[in-house]
Write a protein that binds this ligand. Structure first.
Ligand code: GLV
Length: 334
């Protein structure tokens, strides 16, 4: 019997091609994610779900899919999946680490530069016909990046890739992580700081932690008040890592100078968000991994992970390795 895979929404062709070679694919060829009902209705008899970060794969979804063996998510973040429950039910979770590292680090750096140098704000000034004076010594001043101090919160793959970029800007680099990375400290010539010290000392703070119970609102009012009034906060990880209400207050009241944000507590960002009206924010719509090459790699990697599990092989992009003890790998396709 052919294994059945439900693909929740439109993905790059390369991912589909891999899945179709081995499985029956129920392809929901739509840009938007499925409604909850649509998702629940379509997974009743599938062996695999290919999803994105916008579909919540929780207890109810897993329980509605009694044949489910593997979930492949086209994302490096897995906060939309109830990992513990999936593992307890023997459901393998594959994801896309590694293939979007450099692309996301590029965006973090783009946000650092564009927020510091007011690139978006001044572009808007020209487009709105408000560029009246050719040049003025005190006009449109921003903050220097070269030689300043960068604080990286979360020194995983992406955090380290941001550090490598910052070295080219001769920045002093500090990091905080719950795991001390002495290998990277030596390689990248960066220094560990407890989080409060990092917040106090940095000119730029870039967040690269996964969203977990521990990291939700990691940056709140107390932390924002520790930052320099000239500091810029950049977040390309997950919105809820920052308490957005507190951030709005910090930006309004000048506790910090600006924020470059690719992720938000609610996505899409509601048009009523005060962040939209602020000149000292640069906002992008969760595009950290959004390049043609990277999205193709992600589509491929998630599909390959699903196929490997169904072939009875352990994929390198398996997130919940303990699952192997709950439901040992078995060959279901050739
Ligand atoms: C994007 O946010 C991802 O987790 O891949």
């Amino acid at each position: 019997m052919k294994m059945k895979v439900y693909v929740t929404r439109r993905i790059p062709e390369i991912g589909l091609k891999i899945l179709r070679e081995y499985c029956e694919v129920i392809y929901r060829d739509e840009l938007a994610p499925p409604t909850r009902k649509e998702l629940l209705d379509n997974i009743k008899d599938v062996d695999a779900i290919y999803c994105t970060l916008n579909e919540r794969i929780d207890r109810e979804v897993i329980d509605s899919s009694p044949r489910l063996k593997v979930v492949g998510t086209m994302s490096v973040g897995v906060d939309h999946i109830d990992i513990d429950y999936a593992t307890s039910k023997g459901v393998y979770i594959v994801y896309t680490p590694g293939v979007l590292t450099e692309t996301t680090a590029d965006l973090a750096f783009a946000l650092i530069l564009s927020t510091a140098r007011r690139v978006v704000e001044t572009d808007r000034i020209i487009r709105e016909g408000k560029w009246k004076l050719a040049w003025a010594p005190t006009m449109m001043l921003g903050y220097e990046v070269y030689g300043k101090t960068l604080g990286i919160i979360g020194l995983g793959r992406i955090g380290a890739a941001v550090a490598r970029r910052a070295k080219g800007f001769r920045m002093k680099i500090l990091y905080y992580d719950k795991i001390r990375r002495e290998d990277l400290e030596r390689e990248l010539e960066i220094e560990f700081r407890e989080i409060d010290d990092l917040l106090r000392e940095s000119d730029f703070i870039s967040i690269h932690v996964p969203l977990t119970n521990e990291t939700r609102h990691l940056i709140g009012e107390r932390e924002l008040r520790l930052m320099k009034p000239t500091a810029i906060l950049v977040n390309t990880s997950r919105g809820p890592v920052v308490d957005e209400k507190a951030l709005v207050k910090a930006l309004r009241e000048g506790w910090i100078a600006g924020a470059g944000l690719d992720v938000f507590e609610e996505e899409p960002l509601p048009p009523t968000s005060p962040l939209i009206e602020m000149p000292n924010t640069v906002l992008t719509p969760h595009i950290g991994s959004a390049t043609y090459d990277t999205r193709n790699r992600m589509a491929q990697y998630a599909a390959e992970g699903i196929i490997k599990v169904l072939k009875g092989e352990e994929p390198e992009n398996l997130y919940n390795r303990e699952v192997v003890k709950i439901r040992p790998l078995t060959k279901l396709i050739d």
